[in-house]
Write a protein that binds this ligand. Sequence first.
Ligand code: COI
Length: 355
Amino acid sequence: MTRAIAITRTTAPKTKPDPNDLGFGRFFSDHQGQMEWTAEGGWGPPRVVPYGPIPLDPAAGVLHYGQAMFEGLKAFRQPNGSVKLFRPEAHVQRMIVGAPRLCMPSPPADTMLELLKAFVQTDLDWVPSAPMTSLYVRPTLIATDAFLGVRPANKYLFFVIGSPVGAYYSGGLRPVRIWVERSQTRAAKGGLGAVKAGANYVASLYAANKAKKEGYDQVLWLDSVKHETIEEVGTMNLFVVFGDELVTPPLSDSILAGVTRDSIMALGQDLGLKVSERPITVQELVDGEKSGRLKEVFGSGSAAVVSPVGELAFGDNKIVTSKGESGPVCQSLYDAITQIQRGTRPDKHGWMMPV
Ligand code: COI
């Protein structure tokens, strides 16, 4: 049963940023949603309060052992001025499924969804309407218990904040240059890779930084055992077009079940492509480039939607895809998702939810 949500409005609304210069994750709206869990009382009442610092004991579990996870979804302004969230139920489910892997309590699905909606309703005027903009919504779950013993915490905070964001790539889809990382891994078999744990993103920083220093945009992550099979790219799931087949690696305990990944598979089928989930090796990319079978490589995620890969480099070798440009399949899928999100294409999968 859904619980009533208390709303305390800010008395000091912030000045809105320039909608043409939002970037990603730089500005934050006026409110936040919150809900606490204690071992004695379970989940407490959800509330919306003014945006601001969260009081946190310096001994809180999240600060020492990283017991934390998050989600990322977007709210879009519709042609009639209303606001809709893209696949919020899928994001809520992913947090519910992932939390137990981190020994965290899963917030109840209906309360979490109602809190997300109440938060966006409260900050409705923070959902930008300029082309390619949206409100990025960030639900987060952290351990707040003040205790240094290594065990699951007895207190948690679920909170949700929002950030008005622009297009990830202002000049259209820009193909990225990727370094194929052969020593570090993002996630190991049996590890946390399938969970949207903050730890996975920290684990990715060192190799990503190194790649950036060498002139690349991001890294291609391979399996942690043989470093042969492709897992993800940067912070995104990966897709490859071989001939008329759209392929993505199968989900495992080291690959995140991306909501955009799932949407792309559905839309790929709608576009008449053969969509497969199967392992892809670096060697298959090398062979595919030689034979001409390799057409496109791209990443998928909530933040950028898709990110075309123009070049993959390892050692002195280089694989160039779609002549280093954004390919037609990637572009069609980007158009399909973004038009559904903005209400200019029929939402036949029922992905958009009014707030
Ligand atoms: C996404 O693509 O949605 C991501 O996961 C990146 C995000 C952490 C900024």
